[in-house]
Structures are given as C-alpha cells and as structure tokens.
Design a protein around this ligand. Structure first.
Ligand code: NDP
Length: 310
C-alpha cells in the first residue's frame, strides 16, 4: 500500500479525489490517499500545488518524488528543503486548452475583430483582413505548450517563428535560438506569444530594448508568466503607440490588484490566469503513470531540471 499526500487546496481536492482514485485503480496501484498526515516520514509520494499546505519537505524522509499539478514550477523549484525528484505537469487537457486560448487571441488580433465587435458605427467599410500566410507570429518558448500552439497556428497557415533555448525542429515552424534568434523573431513578429517558464534568465525578457525591436503596432499575448515582461516598459510602449495591444493572462501579482493600470488601459486585455488549466481526468492519469514508474524503477516523466529552473 502506497501513502500519497495530496498537498493542494480544498477545491483541488474536491476536483481530483475521484479521478485520482480511478487512475490509481486503472494503473493497478494500491494507494492510501490523504490530505493531512501526522507521520510525514511514511509518505511515499506528494501530489503538489503551490497554494497547498506543504512548503517544508524536510519531514518527508521517505518521499520518492513530488508530483506537481502545475506546468510552471517557479514557486517550488528553488525550495532548498526539496531534495526529492520534482516532476511537473504535462497534460493533454492543459495543452488543448492553451492551443484554443492562444489561437483565439491570435485570431482576434489578426482578423481585427474588435473593430466590428466593439466599434460598430454605421459606417460600411469593406476592408478584408489579410490572410494568415501574410501574418508573422512569434512564439517564445517551444516546449510542450509553445510547440503545440506553434503547430496549430502553422496549420492555419500563419508564418510562425519559434524561439527556444536549444535548437528545435518543428514542422511548419521556423525555429530560432540564441540572442540572434530572439532579435530576428522580435524584429519580424506582428504578434508575439510568450510561453516561456519564469526563471532568472527569462525575467524581464521583454524589456524596453526588446519591445523597441518589435514592429510598430505589434501585439503581445502573454499566457506564460507575468515577470517575463517589464510592466513599466510595456505601459510606456503602449502609451507611445509602438505596441498596438497586449493581451495578458498572467501577472507579477495575482489576482491583479484593482488599481493596477493594466485593468483600465484601453490597449490591454486582462484575463484572470485562465488561459489553460490542468484537467483532473488526464492529469490524474499522468500522476498515476509516474507513480507506477517510480515503483517499477523506471525513470519519471517530466522531471524538472533544477539547475535550469524548469
Ligand atoms: P516547457 O518547459 O515544456 O517549455 C519551456 C520552453 O521555454 C522550452 O522550449 C525552453 O527551451 C524555453 N526556454 C526556457 N528558458 C529559456 C531561455 N532562457 N531562453 C530561451 N528559451 C527558453 O514548458 P511548457 O511549454 O509546458 O509551459 C510553458 C509555461 O507556460 C509554463 O512554464 C507556465 O509558466 C506557463 N503556463 C501558463 C498557463 C496559464 O494558464 N496561463 C498554464 C500552463 C502553463 P528548451 O526547449 O530549449 O528547453
């Protein structure tokens, strides 16, 4: 019998307990699943989300792995009490949701939908939007989510540039890496989508100098993490008219405080960190598979590289 601590908040527990038990049964795992324990040394695995009760992993001396429910790990990766392997969430439901959100927001700007939805004024102006093939979209980050979004946009025939730390080969996507690659992506991108993790290297990646490299009127779409963008530089670039619009799903402080200038800015769309989320059924299967692997002595899936920070 394996002891598994579910260390996430109560609302996640109500979403996950049934799918998890179903996934453990399907994987043939005999499990005791609980949300609190007086015997941390007996815990075999921890299922983790940042807003749960565990921040000190020291007492969990028998824990074989910490299995995150989130794709982003910036809130745990630097935790010095965590000596066990850390796995992040890669979930088909999370990926599908992100593809839909990114594609929808890219198409909004590409097709100029706001003009018709928000500014209907009785004037008949039959100007058709360009084709996707004539629009360049850069995706910064070509991991699980960035790659899926890049491929979906390429399937719609956008001219897609992708940028990542290591060189990549994604069919239909021009893959770039390194500082030169970023320069090139930014200088060509009419729409930029940020799907990078938050690490010391990516913090303020879109600073004033890099925003200035974007073409006049470029649109920024950020479902990655708030600190990827220098907020003040973005507001200045929006006010100067250099950046046409920013659609932001993630922020340095969440919930975004009511007084934050993003809320009222006419060129900013705020969405409340809903671009995508882990789906309990598919995510539970990922958790169960990783526990099965751990017990079988097989390598864990989706191990976080603690040195790289993602
Ligand atoms: P992955 O770890 O699979 O991919 C990260 C990508 O970023 C990789 O291509 C990686 O390059 C690249 N990268 C990392 N650091 C650098 C760097 N310094 N320079 C250039 N490229 C870099 O992550 P996912 O695709 O699964 O998720 C991406 C992010 O999306 C998450 O970290 C999270 O912050 C965010 N997210 C947001 C959600 C929302 O609802 N808003 C939901 C889920 C995730 P390489 O491939 O070479 O390693």
């Amino acid at each position: 019998m394996l002891n598994i601590l579910f260390a996430a908040n109560a609302s996640r527990w109500s979403q996950y307990q049934v799918p998890l038990r179903r996934a453990f049964d399907a994987a043939g795992l005999k499990v005791t699943l609980f949300t609190e324990t007086d015997a941390p040394e007996t815990v075999d695995y921890i299922i983790y989300a940042p807003n749960g009760a565990v921040s000190d992993f020291t007492p969990f001396t028998g824990c074989k792995a910490v299995l995150g429910l989130w794709a982003g790990v910036e809130k745990i990766v630097g935790n010095t009490t965590l000596t066990q392997p850390l796995c992040r969430m890669v979930d088909s439901g999370l990926e599908e949701g992100m593809v839909e959100w990114v594609t929808g927001h890219v198409l909004r700007h590409h097709l100029g939908m706001d003009a018709h939805i928000l500014h209907q004024n009785g004037v008949w102006e039959p100007v058709a939007p360009p084709l996707a093939r004539d629009r360049t979209v850069a995706i910064l980050g070509l991991g699980e989510l960035g790659r899926a979004c890049a491929q979906a946009l390429a399937a719609l025939r956008f001219n897609v540039l992708g940028w990542s730390r290591s060189p990549k080969d994604v069919p239909g996507v021009t893959c770039l890496s390194g500082e030169d690659g970023l320069d090139k992506a930014l200088s060509l991108a009419e729409i930029v989508v940020l799907l990078l993790p938050q690490t010391p290297e990516t913090e303020n990646l879109l600073n004033a100098a890099r925003l200035a490299r974007l073409p006049e009127g470029a649109v920024i779409i950020n479902p990655g993490r708030g600190p990827l963008i220098d907020d003040d530089a973005l507001l200045a670039a929006l006010d100067a008219g250099h950046i046409g619009h920013a659609t932001l799903d993630v922020f340095r402080v969440e919930p975004l405080p009511p007084a934050h200038p993003f809320w009222a800015h006419p060129k900013v769309t705020v969405t409340p960190h809903i671009a995508s989320e882990t789906r309990p059924d598919s995510a539970s299967r990922v958790i169960a598979e990783n526990i099965r692997r751990g017990e079988a002595g097989e390598p864990f899936l989706f191990l976080v590289d603690r040195a790289k920070g993602y």
